[in-house]
Design a protein around this ligand. Structure first.
Ligand SMILES: Cc1cc2nc3c(=O)[nH]c(=O)nc-3n(C[C@H](O)[C@H](O)[C@H](O)COP(=O)(O)OP(=O)(O)OC[C@H]3O[C@@H](n4cnc5c(N)ncnc54)[C@H](O)[C@@H]3O)c2cc1C
Length: 450
């Protein structure tokens, strides 16, 4: 890059990380363009719940224009009041009150994936290019990077950022030795519209909280109740607080977002508990499979499985990144799942992607302003991102049975581990000092500051 030519950043992928980076760079006055393979802003997305933690809130506050950060807060679902642990027979092992969302940053939030994407696309119309499937890049002798797309077009910039998710095509070319491995876990998920009848099927604390069912044979199920500030026709609900109602009314993203109040469930276990063709199943066949796998579960849980909307079901095989040693820095770099895909065990994949975006924004801004050399700035980013990213990969694999090798999934040992797990959560429920420690550890891990 010549010293008087402004820096131009190419970002591949308009997911949470890529779009947050684009906002951060824009705020800093750095030129950026984002290339996304989806055909339009509503294409190819499930409106599932993602938990945004203090780390994620912090990054969004840093990168988004202040008004858009407020819109993000207003478009979150009602913050979960409790973390509940349940048995498959609908007994409550623990119900731990969470800290609430009075603090916009040091709090846990629930968003719909589709809604957060609409928030992040707001104000970036001229920066995001849809229907651009990245195929490969080349480096020019003058140091520029050229990204090529499946439609035959290309784009040239000073930096290429891989924000193209777990199966990153940029990573495949740049770091071919960095691969994903199966975590040994399969999950099936679905949603049902929130109704009084459906809500009554959940135990009372689960109706406003998030809940995890631990069941024999290593089966687990996560339940989320998602209630938004708008109704099924997209009108603002009566109860939406004054300022939030105004923000929601003036937010153009609501026109594109089809998220409505719902209950979601995600059922998972070791791969060998599922039929070999599970990844080909869709719709009602996945709902029937959930019912077949859970014959001894409480009838109310089974009813919630059967009430799912068949068009919302999908299967996933959980994957995780293999750790890679640090690589020599160049003007191609990675963020989020493209760099470090993790299992959903800790619920921090999106949050780590947002953290990367904020950190990379700072690095590239320093380079654009001439405070650091470009490669030196990216090296600083990677020196921080690689250790914390892969630490999150490791922690996620160790948590909540999202690893097929976890003792929870073993035939005999699994029963003992399940019993120990339940005993631990019963103690967390009943012993105040243990509950305090559980919450302190949870919030600290997820980036809360005192
Ligand atoms: C079931 C489940 C539940 C989860 N729950 C949570 C949670 O509660 N909290 C949390 O923090 N994380 C959660 N995660 C993880 C989280 O979803 C991911 O870590 C996060 O979406 C990663 O963001 P990203 O921006 O790096 O990638 P993505 O969100 O995957 O975005 C990548 C983008 O790149 C685009 N793209 C891909 N290939 C190309 C190409 N060749 N050319 C152009 N564009 C391309 C894609 O279309 C996509 O828009 C969960 C994951 C799963 C599977």
């Amino acid at each position: 890059m010549s010293s008087n030519e402004p820096l131009h950043v190419l970002v591949i992928g308009a997911g949470f990380g890529g779009l947050t980076l684009a906002h951060g760079l824009r705020r800093a006055g750095v030129s950026v363009a984002v290339y996304e393979k989806a055909r339009s802003r509503t294409d190819g997305l499930h409106g599932y719940r993602v938990g945004i933690d203090p780390t994620g809130n912090h990054a969004l506050k840093e990168c988004l224009p202040p008004q858009l950060f407020k819109t993000f807060l207003a478009t979150c679902a009602r913050t979960p009041s409790h973390f509940n642990v349940l048995t498959e027979r609908k007994r409550i092992t623990a119900s731990v009150p969470l800290r609430g969302d009075a603090d916009p940053v040091n709090s846990e939030r629930s968003v719909s994936r589709q809604t957060l994407r609409q928030v992040l696309l707001t104000g970036l119309d001229d920066a995001v290019h849809f229907d651009k499937r990245f195929t490969h890049y080349e480096r020019r002798p003058d140091g520029k990077v050229v990204a090529h797309f499946a439609d035959g077009s290309c784009a040239t910039g000073d930096v290429l950022v891989a924000a193209d998710g777990a199966h990153s095509a940029v990573r495949r070319q740049y770091l071919p030795h960095a691969v994903l491995k199966p975590a040994g876990i399969t999950s099936i998920a679905a949603k049902l519209p929130l109704s009084r009848e459906a809500l009554a099927l959940l135990p009372a604390p689960s109706r406003t909280g998030l809940s995890l069912t631990f069941a024999p044979k290593g089966f687990m199920c996560i339940w989320h109740v998602m209630e938004f500030g708008w109704d099924e026709r997209g009108g603002i609900k009566e109860g939406a607080a004054g300022n939030d109602a105004e923000l929601l009314r003036s937010w153009p993203g609501l026109l594109f977002d089809n998220t409505r109040d719902y209950i979601s469930w995600g059922l998972w276990a070791a791969d060998d508990k599922f039929p070999a063709d599970v990844m080909e199943l869709r719709g009602q066949r996945l709902i029937d499979l959930a019912l077949k796998l859970t014959p001894n579960w409480h009838p109310d849980f089974r009813r919630l499985f059967s009430l799912a909307d068949p068009t919302t079901t999908f299967p996933i095989r959980i994957a995780t990144s293999e750790p890679v040693p640090a690589w020599p820095t160049t003007t191609v770099t990675l963020l989020g799942d493209a760099a470090h895909t993790m299992t959903p065990g800790q619920g921090v994949g999106a949050n780590t992607s947002l953290r990367d975006a904020a950190l990379l924004t700072r690095a590239l801004t320093a380079a654009a302003e001439g405070r650091r050399g470009l490669v030196d700035a990216i090296a600083g980013y990677e020196a921080e991102m690689i250790p914390y990213g892969f630490a999150r990969v490791k922690d996620s694999l160790a948590q909540n049975g999202t690893n097929g090798d976890d003792p929870l999934h073993k035939p005999v040992l699994g029963r003992a581990v399940l019993a120990a797990n339940r005993a631990y959560f019963r103690a967390v429920d009943r012993i105040p000092s243990l509950q305090r420690k559980f919450l302190d550890d949870l919030y600290t891990y997820r980036g809360a500051e005192d």
